[in-house]
Each structure stands twice: as C-alpha cells, then as structure tokens.
Write a protein that binds this ligand. Structure first.
Ligand SMILES: Cc1ncc(COP(=O)(O)O)c(C=O)c1O
Length: 562
C-alpha cells in the first residue's frame, strides 16, 4: 500500500515537472518570431539547402516574366549604365580588380550586393570600386576624380563629418605624441575621457576595448559572471557584432547554445523574461526601432518589395520601459548596445533619446573621433571583475591595444567637442530636421509617381519599395552613377552625417529623384496585376526546387536558369 502511494506521488511529481517544462518550452516558442530570422537553427539549415543557380543574360531582364519590349528597354538601360561605369570608374575599378582575389572581404561584398541569381551578370558589367582617394565636407572622391555625396556614413562612424574626424585624429595624436604607442600604462587624457563618458552614460565604471564586438562580449560576459546565469536574450534581427553568441543564425558555422532570440516589441517575450531562471542579460540594439524583428536591410536579400520599416518612437519607448521593469524585477542585466546609435540620436545616446536607463551600455564607432574602439560603461555592481569574498573567482577581459594612447587622444578631442556650442546646436532640433527632410523627399517621390520611399530613424535611413518588383536592387547602381556613395548593403541603409546642410541635402534629394526617374524610364518597375510580392516569392521558390533537382545535395554544380 505504502509502496503504491510512493509510486503514485512520484509519478504525479514527474508529470507536474514535465508539464511545467512543456509550459516553459511553449512560452519560449510563442516568443519566437515566425520568420526564419527568429529561428536561428532553422535558418542555418535552410541556408544550407538553398542551391546556387543564376540567370544568363537572356533571362536576366525578364525574370519577372515581363514582355519582350520591357526586357529590351531594361537591357538598353543596363548597358547604358554599364558603359557609364566603365567610362567613369576606370582607375578605381582597375585597382580593385588587381587585388580582389587576395582580399576575401572584397570577394564577399562584391558577390552579395544583389540577389545571387543576378550577381554574376551585375559583377561583369558594374565594376564597383573599393577605393577612395579623399574626403571633404559631405563628399568623398574616388581614384578617377569622381565626387560622391557620402551616404555610407563609414558604417555609422561618421556622425559629424569627415573634416571633424580628421581634426580629432590630428589634434588627438599631437596631444599624446610624447608618450607615443606605449601600452599598459595610461596617458593622462584617459582621466578626462572617463569622467566625460561616465557623465554622458550616467554610469559608474568603464572599460575600453578595440571594437564594438569586444565591448558587447565583455558586457555579456560580466552579466553572466554577476548573475551566475547562462543565457543572453537578443531580439530577432538585431546586430551586435560578429561574436558567435550574438550571431546564432546564418553566418555562424556552429549552433549557439546559450542565446535566446526573441520577438521584439512583444508581450510573449516579456513573459519569457518573467518566468525563466537562466537569463543573465537582455541585449538591445535601439537601431531595431526602425525595423523591429528584421535583420539589417541589404540589397542582396531584396528578392521582392517586402522590405519594411517604420519608426514608432512612442511604441519603442514603451517597449524599452517594459523591458527595464521586467529586468529590474527579475535581476536580469539590461544592456543597451549603442555602438551604432550612441552619439547619433542624442548626446546621451538612446538612453537619453528614449528616456530609459540601462545597467550596461556599449559605445563604439564614432566615440574615438574616427579611430577604432569599443567602450563599455556600467553600474558598479555589474562592472567588477572580481568578488571580494571569493578571490579566485574572477572574470577576465583582455586586449593588447585597449586604451591605446592615440585612440584616447582622438577620443578626448571628440568628447570635448561634444560640449561645444557648435555641436550642441547640431543636436538641437535633430529629429525635426531629419524628419522634415525625409517627408519632403517622400512628397516628391509620391508626386512623381515613383515606387520608392524613404523611412528614417533620425539620420539613419532605409529605402522601401512600394510596388512588387524583382529589380529594386538595381536602384543602387542608378544612385551610384548619379553621384551618391553607398555602402555594400546598397539602398538598405543610408547614413547621413549631421553636417549635411539644407543645400547639400537638397542636392542629394534631387539626385535620388532623378535616379529613380531614370530607373523607372528603363522599365525595371514594370507593373502587372499578376506580379505580387507573393507571386515573386513563389516563382523564386519554384526556381530553387528546379535548381535543386539539377544539383544533388552538397553538389557545387551551378545550373543556369534559362
Ligand atoms: C549595434 C552594434 N553592435 C556592435 C557592433 C560591432 O562593432 P565593431 O564592428 O566595431 O566590432 C556594431 C557594428 O556595426 C553594431 O552596429
């Protein structure tokens, strides 16, 4: 009898345990975004299945089943543009061609500027140069003497204009010249850098690193150390550098064990934070406010016109407030990764802009006045790398070049200038200025009946396409030939420096409108009732299945689709 009761109770306890496990697992599933971006493992598996195939020159122009006269119009436009590239970018393209086989980064970027089916033909005709000779004001000049308005923002580093950074580097170098490249000991400029950064971030302690990636690594490592918990939470689509734990999906050859990728701006994610006991920290990249749950937009994934973006400042502020509350309640470390948006949205970065304070904040990119850096600022209880009561239980952080005198010198110049009247006036009315610029450009695009719109988070912009089309990625070549410098993600991200005057911007707006008109005139945005984003996706999927039947699993063969 007793025996039976024992077994009954054990069984009931096991069942309860199992049900609870199931409930917690279901909660986690509900908090995952339904896209592949939200499912890292599945995304990696899917990526391995996508077969290579490409369009030959005949198919290139009617991959959307456009009629022959439209294909001919496109071909003529394409060849005219290609001739322009060949003529105008000769020296820049030649030097790029000389070294491309020796630089893996260049091979990668040149391959992934457009969807892979179109890549070879585009590469053959548009030799995009990798070199620039000089920069000045809001422009850059290539080896052929072509001047472009810079919309690359140097990956976001260029907040105040290239001349500003040249000065920071020059004067900063002069300040530390006496010590030179001595490492380990600090140059005295660090003392003022620390004070200023603590004031800006509202934090207690600081550590210097060589890149944004390392600052994020250190933040997560410290959160794990202090909470003694294993997992970090990142939000679907957010970029936090290229360290494995923050890049669990495509791009990382190994599966990641200790990362949860949850839906951005969703109650189901808050529920996970409220209930799981293994979460050390939540990593937030406030840039996602522009496109929650989507990866950084690049033209190589512009298969159709499904790219979406919309910045809802009150909505995202509410979301950050909710995260702050649940993290405080659950002893989870809230990390703002401001490597991109810090100093761009406001002097005090996203914390000031959204009015929400984090436990740890990372900065990078611009903060060293144009030199490479990562910075972590945090509350004292999370920054300590040792425990008073457990002397052997320490948390390591290393880096030969951390706190390099030249970096610190340029940073000192940068931080001092932040408090100048000139920079204060740049921050004043920032959103009003950039929102008005985006609005006026959109009005012009609408009036001209062009299927292009811009969406912005302050000075960070992306281009949306409002009619179903397979060729939106061509727009980057029209923009380049119009005199606009874009980064390799093309129209996915345009980053303006804050020294763009109204006159500069008016020029850029004119060029964007005229480039869109030219692309329209060349027939790329041909419309047909049967052509929808859905039909485009279905067609591409069919092509992939067809290509896979030519190409057995693992084969490197590359059937051309005719
Ligand atoms: C939000 C964010 N975090 C981290 C990083 C990584 O910084 P770095 O490229 O300096 O390693 C980046 C870079 O783009 C970033 O945008």
């Amino acid at each position: 009898m007793l025996n039976n009761i024992f077994w009954y109770l054990t069984g009931a306890a096991a069942l309860l345990w199992l049900l609870n496990k199931l409930r917690v697992r279901l909660q986690l599933s509900r908090a995952k975004h339904r896209s592949l971006t939200g499912h890292s493992k599945m995304a990696r598996r899917f990526a391995r299945l996508v077969p290579f195939y490409e369009y030959d020159e005949a198919r290139f122009f009617d991959a959307d089943a456009a009629p022959p006269h439209v294909a001919a119009q496109r071909r003529a436009g394409f060849m005219r543009l290609a001739a322009y590239f060949a003529d105008h970018f000769q020296k820049t393209a030649a030097l790029t061609g000389d070294i491309v086989d020796a630089i893996s980064d260049l091979q990668f970027t040149s391959r992934y500027r457009v969807p892979f089916q179109f890549s070879r033909v585009v590469r053959e005709h548009f030799k995009t140069g990798a070199f620039l000779e000089s920069s000045s004001g809001v422009t850059v000049t290539d080896l052929d003497g072509n001047r472009f308005y810079d919309l690359t923002g140097s990956y976001g580093v260029n907040v105040f204009g290239y001349d500003f950074y040249k000065e920071c580097i020059e004067r900063g170098s002069a300040r530390v010249q006496g010590l030179g490249p001595v490492l380990g000991a600090y140059h005295p400029v660090i003392a003022s850098n620390v004070k200023r950064l603590l004031d800006i971030s509202g934090m207690d302690e600081i550590s210097f690193h060589m890149s944004g990636t390392e600052a994020v690594m250190q933040a997560v490592q410290l959160a794990r150390y202090h909470t003694r918990r294993s997992h970090l939470v990142r939000f679907c689509g957010a970029y936090h550098g290229w360290w494995a734990d923050v890049q669990p999906g495509v791009g990382n050859p190994l599966p990641v064990q200790n990362t949860y990728t949850l839906k951005d701006m969703d109650d189901a994610s808050l529920q996970v934070l409220r209930t799981r006991k293994d979460i050390a920290c939540v990593l937030v990249n406030p840039l996602q406010a522009l496109h929650p749950n989507a990866a950084a937009p690049g033209d190589s994934t512009l298969v159709d016109s499904g790219r979406n973006a919309h910045f809802d400042r009150p909505g995202y502020t509410r979301w950050l407030e909710q995260l702050r509350k649940v993290c405080s309640e659950r002893g989870i470390v809230l990390i703002f990764d401001e490597v991109f948006v810090g100093f761009r949205l406001a002097r005090g970065g996203a914390q000031e802009y959204f009015g929400v304070r984090a436990d740890l904040v990372t900065y990078g990119k611009t903060v060293a006045g144009g030199l490479p850096v990562g910075v972590l600022c945090g509350k004292r209880q999370f920054m300590r790398r040792f425990r008073e009561d457990r002397p052997a239980d320490v948390c390591f952080a290393r880096g030969t070049f951390n706190s390099h005198p030249y970096v610190m010198g340029a940073m000192a110049e940068f931080l001092e200038r932040l408090d100048s009247d000139a920079i204060k006036s740049v921050y004043h009315d920032l959103d009003t200025v950039w929102d008005a610029r985006a609005r006026s450009l959109n009005e012009r695009l609408i009036e001209a009946e062009l299927p292009v719109r811009v969406v912005n988070l302050s000075s960070i912009w992306t281009i949306r396409y409002v009619k179903p089309c397979r060729y939106n990625w061509m727009f980057q070549y029209y923009l380049r030939s119009a005199g606009l410098a874009l980064s390799w993600v093309g129209t996915g991200r345009l980053i303006f420096s804050l020294n763009y005057s109204d006159a500069d911007f008016a020029q850029v707006a004119d060029l964007i409108v005229s480039a869109a008109r030219a692309m329209h005139a060349d027939g790329w945005w041909w419309a047909d009732p049967a052509l929808t984003n859905k039909s485009i996706k279905r067609r591409v999927l069919r092509e992939m299945v067809q290509a896979r039947s030519f190409s057995p699993l693992g084969s490197m063969s590359s059937p051309r689709i005719k």
